[in-house]
Design a protein around this ligand. Structure first.
Ligand code: FES
Ligand code: FES
Length: 191
């Protein structure tokens, strides 16, 4: 802090000046601050500390529990969400940084017009889950993948979902499910 003397004594006036300067520069925190998110098509307001991840805010503050915490360090994909349609790990982004963006969790599309989304239905049809802990993240990633790759091969599904891990080893079921969902979303049959 510029202006602090060698004695180490900090005057209250100086601290106040620092606080005003930080505020003018747009610095937030370290205490809780109001944040506005666009979540599954709705505007929600929440008060969080700037250090809190989107994953924590969704689960702990907004009761959105489809996003799962497994590794909490950006390696497994269990916390996958869509941010402006792109898959991101909720544990690796801060809630304050996604203000003004469209955030979609599995709760935002699992039921569409009262019916299961084709990707959700295909996961059920193909036994693409065991413990199910990784499943919402896979479904979110699969939906985003199919939005951009409506006619994938099995190898492309494997590569496209490479950011999601399943400890139970349901990869074959997941690939079959995504291929089935691709057929159904184009108006074809399940089989
Ligand atoms: S919990 Fe976020 S990537 Fe694993
Ligand atoms: S179904 Fe258990 S971790 Fe994937």
């Amino acid at each position: 802090m510029q202006g602090i003397g060698v004695t180490g004594a900090v005057s209250p006036a100086l601290l106040q000046e620092e606080a005003v300067a930080q505020s003018a520069a747009g610095v937030m925190g370290p205490g809780a601050v109001p944040v506005t998110l666009t979540l599954n098509g709705k505007v929600v307001k929440v008060t969080v500390e700037p250090r809190e991840t989107l994953l924590d805010v969704l689960r702990n503050n907004l009761d959105v529990t489809g996003v799962k915490r497994v590794c909490d360090r950006g390696t497994c994909g269990a916390c996958s969400v869509l941010v402006n349609g792109k898959v991101m790990y909720g544990c690796s982004i801060l809630a304050i940084d996604v203000q003004g963006k469209q955030i979609t969790t599995i709760e935002g599309f699992a039921l569409t017009n009262g019916k299961p989304h084709p990707v959700v239905e295909a996961f059920v049809n193909n036994d693409a889950q065991q413990c199910g802990y990784c499943t919402p993240g896979f479904v979110v990633a699969a939906k985003a993948f199919l939005d951009h790759n409506p006619n994938p091969t099995s190898d492309q599904v494997k590569d496209g979902l490479g950011g999601n891990l399943c400890r139970c080893g349901t990869y074959m079921g997941v690939r079959k499910a995504v291929l089935e969902a691709a057929r159904v979303m184009k108006g074809g049959s399940r089989g």
